[in-house]
Write a protein of this length. Structure first.
Length: 299
C-alpha cells in the first residue's frame, strides 16, 4: 500500500514544488497533460485486450460501471440536497446562454474512442504489446508530475482554500457520500468494501481513476472505474443547467473534480462568476484527494 501511495504522492509533490508560473509554460504543461491522458488510456485499452475470458469480462466491466455510477450519483445527490437544505446558497444570477452540451459530451466520448482503439490493437496479440502495462506505469508517473504542476499553476493558495468554506464543505460532502455510494455498490456487486471505496474515490476524474484502478485492481475494474466516472461527467453536463438556479450546491457537487476545468465554463455561464471560486476550490480538493484515496484503498 505504502509503495503505491509513494508512487502517487511523489510525482504530485515534485510537480507542486516546481516553480512554474509563466502562462506560456503552463499552457504547454496543460497540452502535454491532455496528450498524456490519451497515451495512458490507449495503453489501458491494450491491457484490456489481453484478459482471459474476454467476452464475459467486458460484460462485467459495463455492469460494474453502471451499478457504481447509479449508487455513487444517488448518494451524492441525496447528501448534497440535504446539505443545501441546511445551508442554502442565495444568489441573484440570471443564466446566460450555455455552450453546446452535445459538443462537450462528444469531447468526453473521444477518450472512449482512444480506449477502444487500444483494445482493437491489443486484439492482434503482437508480442511487444505485452509491455503496455509497464509503459502505462511510467506514463502514469509523468502524468501525475504534470498534474502537480497544473495544480500549483492554478494559483490556489492554502489561504484561499481555507477562506472559501462553501467549496471546502461541498468537496467534503461529495467525498464522503461518494465513498458511501462505493460501499453500497460493492455490497450489490459482491466486491470487497475496499474495492468499492476505491471505485467511489474517482470523483468523476475518469482519466486518472481508470489508470490508477488498473494499476491496483487490474484492467477489468480499471475500465469499470473509467466508465463509471465518465458517466458522472456526462450526467453533470446534462444536469448543471436545470439544477443550478434552484440547487447550486447539487450542480457544483455532481461536477466532482471536473469543476476546476472541464465543467467550469458551464458552471460559470449558468451560475455566474460568483460560483467560480467555490468551483475551483471544490475541484482542487477533489482532484487532490482522488489519486490519494484510490492509492490508499488499493493497498
Amino acid at each position: 500500500m505504502y509503495t503505491g501511495l509513494l508512487i502517487i504522492l511523489l510525482p504530485l509533490i515534485i510537480g507542486w514544488l516546481l516553480p512554474f508560473r509563466h502562462p506560456r509554460l503552463l499552457h504547454v504543461v496543460n497540452r502535454a497533460l491532455s496528450y498524456m491522458v490519451y497515451v495512458i488510456l490507449f495503453f489501458m485499452g491494450i491491457s484490456l485486450a489481453f484478459l482471459d475470458n474476454l467476452s464475459s469480462n467486458l460484460v462485467r466491466v459495463f455492469h460494474t460501471a453502471l451499478i457504481c455510477a447509479v449508487c455513487i450519483l444517488l448518494c451524492n445527490l441525496l447528501a448534497l440536497w440535504l446539505w443545501e437544505k441546511r445551508q442554502p446558497w442565495q444568489h441573484n444570477h440570471r443564466q446566460e446562454q450555455l455552450p453546446s452540451r452535445l459538443k462537450m459530451a462528444l469531447d468526453s466520448l473521444q477518450l472512449c474512442a482512444v480506449v477502444v482503439l487500444g483494445f482493437l490493437l491489443g486484439l492482434t496479440q503482437w508480442p511487444f504489446l505485452h509491455h503496455a502495462t509497464a509503459a502505462g506505469e511510467y506514463a502514469l508517473m509523468c502524468l501525475l508530475l504534470l498534474v502537480g504542476i497544473q495544480l500549483r499553476g492554478s494559483g490556489m493558495t492554502l489561504r484561499q482554500i481555507v477562506i472559501n468554506r462553501r467549496g471546502m464543505t461541498i468537496a467534503a460532502v461529495v467525498t464522503l457520500s461518494a465513498l458511501v455510494g462505493g460501499m453500497i455498490a460493492a455490497l450489490v456487486l459482491g466486491l470487497p468494501l475496499k474495492t468499492g471505496l476505491a471505485l467511489g474515490s474517482g470523483m468523476g476524474w475518469y482519466s486518472i481513476s481508470g489508470i490508477l484502478m488498473t494499476e491496483g485492481f487490474g484492467p477489468v475494474l480499471g475500465s469499470a472505474a473509467f466508465f463509471n466516472d465518465l458517466i458522472r461527467e456526462l450526467v453533470a453536463i446534462i444536469l448543471i443547467p436545470p439544477l443550478i438556479q434552484r440547487h447550486r450546491t447539487l450542480a457544483l457537487g455532481i461536477s466532482g473534480a471536473t469543476s476546476m476545468d472541464f465543467t467550469l465554463p458551464v458552471l460559470q455561464r449558468a451560475g455566474g462568476s460568483e460560483i467560480v471560486p467555490a468551483a475551483i476550490v471544490h475541484g482542487f480538493i477533489t482532484s487532490l484527494l482522488a489519486p490519494i484515496l484510490i492509492a490508499l484503498f488499493s493497498g
